[in-house]
Design a protein around this ligand. Sequence first.
Ligand code: UD1
Length: 386
Amino acid sequence: MAQLRIASMVGARPNFMKIAPIVHEISRIPGIEHRLIHSGQHYDEQMSESIFRDLKIPKPDYNLGVGSGSHARQTAEVMIRFEAVLLEWKPDVTIVVGDVNSTLAAALVATKLDIPVAHVEAGLRSFDMSMPEEINRKLTDAISDFLFVTERSGIENLQKEGIRADRIFFTGNVMIDCLLEHRKLAARSDILRRLQVAGNGAARADYAVLTLHRPSNVDDREVLSELLSTVALLAERLPVFFPVHPRSMERIRGFGLAKHLAESPSDAPQRGIIPLAPLSYLDFLCLMDHARLLLTDSGGIQEETTILGIPCLTLRDNTERPVTVEHGTNQIVGRNRGKILTAAWSILDRAAGPGRAPELWDGRASQRILEILLEKFRPKLLTPAG
Ligand code: UD1
């Protein structure tokens, strides 16, 4: 019997949690030959390999070693190197996930080689074209053949952009598949002990978690300074752990803003903004799962806190994931000091209620995606090879 050939592209940290459940699902299905391609957009051990290990994703079949660069250079390098892989291997379908530069680059290359593209996490829109991810989302969706949508807003967005209904599939959220699969394992992480905060077991501990990496928040000195000094006020009341993305650390140092950070966790100040190196997936999940509050500009964390029932303040003016506000624990507070602190005090002064899981965020999205792809490509599987 012929094998169905699937190529999957990943590049940056948030892609890895999305591909993991898909890779695991594929490994359960006979008759599929799968190759995983890592563009190398993220390459630090803590940004890449450590997550692969935690999620038991097999070593990529190809690492394109693209690394950092301007948007044009990074996207172009992924395109050139990925094209060579596709020409050599000729898959039947290419899976791309999320909205990073590697996602768009891979989708463009595959489409031009007439290889169908499946976009996982299609249809999300912030309507803010100053975000590189919004450009990547719109363009990737415009040229993909299978659009796998995480929330209903995505269906509407795609229809308004004129995408044919028979290309759109509401399948749920693979990032949540990953979270549900790993939550118990993450509970065994020793991160809380290492950070000297109580809270193992069910109870929430008295700390908050901050993540920041969006260019709009970290590339401008004034904006970053205002954000850090605002969070520093909150951090007078409870410690704020801050696993720092490499680009943010570069900016904090470059702008001379390290004064807002506590010197190191070993000072055990139990207050202040406490910088940490980027964490592994399981450590970060454990840290989120016991926090009183998350402050973030990440998209994925808005979704994860929704399922964990942890209050989330999004330090942006918009979200492409409105279901996290409607169903979940997410509040969009922007960069306004008064708004951020008012929301934070109100969360700290009351007990958090549980979040409500959005429709189809049930741990089975990757299964649905594979069922749809198999349905489409089954004739090929049934054709004798030769
Ligand atoms: C990328 C994605 C963003 C995603 C984020 C998650 C795009 C346009 N952006 O942003 O959507 O939310 O990943 O982290 O694709 N760097 C390192 N080590 C690494 C990777 C990056 O030090 O392993 C530093 C480099 O200085 C690099 C900078 O981070 O120039 C930015 O990396 P890049 O991949 O361009 O974008 P991210 O900000 O990580």
